[in-house]
Design a protein around this ligand. Sequence first.
Ligand SMILES: *[C@@H]1O[C@H](CO)[C@@H](O)[C@H](O)[C@H]1NC(C)=O
Ligand SMILES: *[C@@H]1O[C@H](CO)[C@@H](O)[C@H](O)[C@H]1NC(C)=O
Length: 456
Amino acid sequence: MRSMMSNNKGRSLGAHHHLPCTRMQQIGALFLVVSAFFFARLFFDRPPCDHPVRASGGPLPLPFTGGGDLSWPHRGYGPHLDLKIYVYDEDEVDGLKALLYGRDGRITPKDCLKGQWGTQVKIHKLLLQSRFRTRKKEEADLFFVPAYVKCVRMMGGLKDKEITETYVKVLSQLPYFRLSGGRDHIFVFPSGAGAHLFKSWEIYINRSIILTPEGDRTDKKDTSAFNTWKDIIIPGNVDDLMTTNEARAIQPLPLSKRKYLANYLGRAQGKVGRLKLIELAKQFPDKLESPELKFSGPDKLGRAEYFEHLRNAKFCLAPRGESSWTLRFYESFFVECVPVILSDQIELPFQNVIDYTQISIKWPSNRIGPELLEYLESIPDEDIERMLSRGRKVKCLWVYAPESSPCSAMQATLWELQRKVRKFHQSAETFWLHNGSYTNRDLVKFSDWKPPMPLA
Ligand SMILES: *[C@@H]1O[C@H](CO)[C@@H](O)[C@H](O)[C@H]1NC(C)=O
Ligand SMILES: *[C@@H]1O[C@H](CO)[C@@H](O)[C@H](O)[C@H]1NC(C)=O
């Protein structure tokens, strides 16, 4: 089954055929099928305009209706999810607890759940509850190694050297990691540093599957820890304040009510593009809102206040910061401004199924200036509305919702993971015999491999 997975490229979000039923398109745009096997499709092209609608306005599961243009997940990923993921238990591997809660065990998952890096906790928790979780290592397609190291490091729970040592200790206890050379093991690195958080990633986990929002890290390191062909870009963690459908605190404004053409609301951090925007805002204060914000004090915006400002422009500029990904890109979908990416190296999630030209703009970062504002000003409101309405259809893919929710960042990540599954595993230190038994170089059977495993 898996080896027969479709190679078809994902179809784009529908660029063609706009029906005059935008309101219904917004709401009825997603529909899904949950049949005996999990089987869902996301509907982008030509949504019929007579979908029943739930009071909440959320996506409504509908019976499968067939038809030619359905694009996701079938065209992007294959017909259904069939996946077994083993999640290492904190009690099973010495050192995992330190990677989760710090050397003294004092850092709580709750501390680590908030903010743009919350994905390291959310993905772990969602996998623990997932119907695709298996408790049997022998039948697992993939292995998840939980760690909240971004948070743990930020909160002083582990230093860089301890992070490296602890990872090495953990990995040396995993025979299955040794068997595949790490190729079927999954790690989450939720920040711009990507896998560089584990300084020796290149020696120990350079074949593993890395989930990270960051596809590039060229500003400080000479090698990128992201590899397009084995790793997966995940969306950053947008504040629950905005993503929880029922309790969404800040609603989008109608285009005509927005005060600004564009905004950038963030700290400059000494980055060229951001500094240019802050300067530009001084020249064109009625078009561009871009105050110089600070990390704390009166020039810091509170969470709600931040979103209040963000929704007050037609375009939300998303310049590169310390690294190329930016949470602002994802946030813009929840206040419904068109994201304008000013970060040349960015990699975006789920490119099998999302055509980003339909929902965003990417502008060369060396052309930040009056020219950019002139260009944005020339875009008719109806084009903006069209992009926003398509954005409404995909934004569910930025939300780390429970698996019962058929469209979510987690669902899409599971589809991506499924593409990484292999029937066969090997490494330079893995051998096999006529009867299918794996051995190591000393012809010791796999079942007799005992930790500590040699690494690298
Ligand atoms: C991974 O690291 C090993 C050395 O530890 C190196 O030989 C190999 O080329 C690296 N592989 C990739 C894909 O970078
Ligand atoms: C396969 O063959 C090897 C060598 O003859 C033997 O040691 C091993 O137990 C066999 N494995 C199975 C599963 O029969």
